[in-house]
Write a protein of this length. Structure first.
Length: 439
């Protein structure tokens, strides 16, 4: 629907004027003193990116365009008053910066439905991979293969003026987001249901249609996926998947290449793959203890044993947050509302009481609290999505909402190619000590 694009541009043009004024009038203002420790520990906390869609506060948690997760669950449109917010509404908020009404969400849902056709060659690429290829391998390959459809790539090669890049990026982004549920569901059915595929239902919402094509038609699963897609969508701009998408996009690579780069980062054990590690560790725990309903005392002993072996407790700790992840809390509230007496859910809840005090007694751990991954797998498993090697693909579908909305803003601002400076180790040694380094 062109009115969404027009509404976005009318809103964004004011931000462009502000960006240009800031760059012109205040470009030489110093805003941060970077320590060597920050450089050597992954640039944590160094303000070096513009990301309008969300911001993570160490003590408040994630806010999407200024709104907390509880506020989103209250304010965003839903299918029914008792349900969960629709991801279409969250994307509208991320893109435009305003809470949408029901008509906005309905129109966006219809727009994605009209854009959702996946070319046959994309399925051919997936089918050419062996069945033992990881779902994220198939997902990333499928995304790259869709670059043949990039309207931005064609426009760039035709010589379009750079001030219009955002327009073509917008259409690529909308087309890509619209197709992701079909691709993800195709991989799911190919790997876990003998290739018995289910056609999309254009009458369903974006997340509901994903559940349907996966073969989970209950309202409970659709409700869960709506929540899942909202809370996993964005986490400011410095995380690996968001930064990789932005970085590759800064080279004017098309959105398919850029997003595929983000997904390759998401597949890492220290990023989106962690949701698989959590559920695997819990099942390992249950098998080791010989029970599906371990006591808190048994859990505490197993946690200590895991730590003594030099391993981490998956799902606990965060690079920035210094409190329980609000995304964890949202999922726990969902479980408390809809799920009763599930051994896996009970174990996750008990771990929440057991793990933080143990980790808190370890001096080096700044954040003993759970993150989003500590709960998500248990909810998916409860509702029949038991193939946890697929969980990161679901994370990737959701993350598209945030990183691709940001990619459109990158081109509206006309951000340049990202190119920080780097130095040899001896340069840092000399800066720190005044002596020449040996490396």
């Amino acid at each position: 629907m062109e009115y969404i694009k027009n509404r976005f541009y009318n809103k964004a043009i004011n931000c462009v004027a502000e960006y240009n004024k800031l760059k012109k009038d205040h470009g030489d203002k110093v805003i941060a003193n970077v320590t060597i420790g920050q450089v050597l520990s992954g640039m944590k906390g160094v303000p070096s990116l513009i990301t309008d869609t969300s911001k993570l506060d160490a003590n408040e948690g994630i806010r999407f365009r200024g709104y907390s997760i509880p506020e989103l669950r209250e304010k965003l449109p839903r299918m029914n008053p008792q349900g969960e917010p629709l991801p279409e509404g969250l994307f509208y908020l991320l893109l435009i910066g305003e809470i949408p009404d029901d008509e906005d969400v309905n129109n966006l849902s219809k727009d994605w439905s009209t854009r959702s056709h996946v070319p046959q060659h994309v399925f051919d690429v997936i089918d050419a991979l062996p069945l033992n290829a990881r779902p994220m391998t198939q997902f990333s390959a499928a995304i790259i293969s869709m670059a043949t459809e990039s309207v931005f790539q064609k426009a760039y090669r035709s010589g379009v003026n750079k001030k219009y890049y955002w327009d073509f990026i917008y259409d690529d982004v909308m087309n890509l987001i619209a197709k992701l549920p079909r691709i993800a569901a195709y991989i799911y059915r190919r790997n876990f249901h003998k290739g018995h595929h289910i056609e999309p239902n254009p009458q369903l919402d974006w997340a509901g249609n994903l559940a349907h094509m996966m073969g989970h038609d209950s309202e409970e699963v659709k409700r869960l996926l709506r929540l899942y897609m909202v809370i996993h969508s964005d986490h400011e701009g410095g995380n690996v998947s968001a930064h990789a998408t932005h970085l590759v996009g800064s080279a004017l690579s098309n959105p398919y290449y850029s997003f595929a780069a983000g997904m390759l980062g998401l597949a890492g054990p220290l990023h989106g793959y962690a949701n698989q590690d959590v559920i695997f560790w819990i099942f390992e725990l249950m098998e080791s203890l010989g029970t599906q309903e371990p006591s808190k005392e048994q859990l505490a002993d197993y946690v200590k044993k895991t730590l003594e072996e030099g391993r981490v407790i998956p799902g606990y700790g965060h690079a920035v947050l210094r409190k329980t992840d609000p995304r964890f809390t949202a999922q726990m509230e969902f479980a408390n509302k809809y799920i009763k007496n599930d051994p896996l859910i009970n174990t996750v809840n008990n771990l929440y009481e057991v793990v933080p005090p143990i980790l808190g007694n370890i001096g080096k751990i700044q954040n003993p609290w759970p993150n989003v991954d500590a709960y998500s797998g248990a909810l998916l498993y409860h509702y029949g999505i038991k193939e946890y090697t697929f969980y990161t693909v679901l994370f990737g579908v959701s993350r598209a909402l945030g990183v691709l909305a940001s990619l459109v803003m990158d081109r509206v601002y006309g951000l340049p190619i990202e190119r920080p400076s780097s130095y040899e180790m001896k340069w840092f040694v000399e800066k720190a000590t005044g002596e020449k380094g040996n490396c």
